[in-house]
Write a protein that binds this ligand. Structure first.
Ligand code: PEP
Length: 256
């Protein structure tokens, strides 16, 4: 019942010329669609308007990365959720570990940013995940529980929210947790979502992505773990062929 989602996070990568990859992805999907899953690309904000134009007529959903909590005002260099919606985004990644570490973002700020996404009518993709030290200490579940509790707005529902579990040590490192470890954390998050949203059914309906070094070679192993409803993909989303290969792991198959 949960439709899989594979979302590509381009991070601070991509100039106008990179739109050629988006075109290649669009063409590939037009030739060989993957109707079993949603594909989303989140380029930098500078490319959103052009990407929207490029993607017209395509099934690829356009997303954005980060937003300011307020709709407008004197915040030089910041971009509001309303602006991202206006530029064509349907979703915003918030609480990515790089924002949490590079910019000291707290759970309260991530919560406010997710609420800003809702205010603008967008889906919030809320990221959580433990550091290498926290995994070694055995505190993964406690960290994820605390991040979820602090970052998830009360109005969160399946229709406006996606959770991405991204172990920080797996991001960009080529390392991944075992499928059993992913299953443990995703199962735990599923239970917590039910508790936080006050209804097991609400938690059961929400999409829960795994992120961290997902590549074509490991996609099938990671995407079909129980309670994994897709992936948040960084590096491998920059190449249309790799991103398509990950998305097409769903071709002919249902949700995990
Ligand atoms: C990410 O940054 O969200 C991510 C998962 O990156 P990578 O796929 O490169 O590990």
């Amino acid at each position: 019942m949960r439709r899989p989602l594979v979302a590509g996070n381009w991070k601070m990568n991509g100039l106008g010329a990179s739109l050629a990859e988006l075109r290649a992805l669009k063409d590939r999907l037009a030739q060989s669609p993957v109707p079993e899953a949603d594909g989303m690309v989140c380029p930098p904000a500078t490319l959103l308007a052009q990407a929207r134009y490029m993607l017209s007529g395509s099934t690829i959903i356009l997303g954005a990365q980060d937003c300011h909590p307020l709709p407008s005002g004197a915040h030089t260099g910041d971009i509001s959720a309303e602006m991202l919606a206006d530029a064509g985004a349907a979703a915003i990644i918030v609480g990515h570990s790089e924002r949490r570490s590079d910019h000291g973002e707290t759970d309260a700020l991530v919560n406010a940013k997710a609420s800003a996404a809702y205010r603008a009518g967008l889906t919030a993709i809320i990221c959580v995940g433990e550091s290498e030290q926290q995994r070694r200490d055995g505190s993964t579940l406690e960290i994820v529980r605390r991040q979820l509790q602090g970052s998830l707005p009360q109005e969160a529902r399946a229709a406006n929210t996606v959770i991405a579990y991204e172990p920080v040590w797996a991001i960009g490192s080529g390392l991944t947790p075992t499928p059993a470890d992913v299953a443990e954390v995703h199962g735990f998050i599923r239970g917590e979502l039910g508790r936080l949203l006050g209804q097991a059914e609400a938690g059961a309906a929400l999409r829960l992505l795994y992120g961290g070094s997902v590549k074509p070679a490991n996609a099938s192993e990671l995407l079909f773990v129980p309670d994994v409803d897709g992936a948040l993909v960084g590096g491998a989303s920059l190449k249309a062929s790799d991103f398509y290969a990950i998305l097409s792991a769903y071709a002919g198959r249902g949700a995990g």
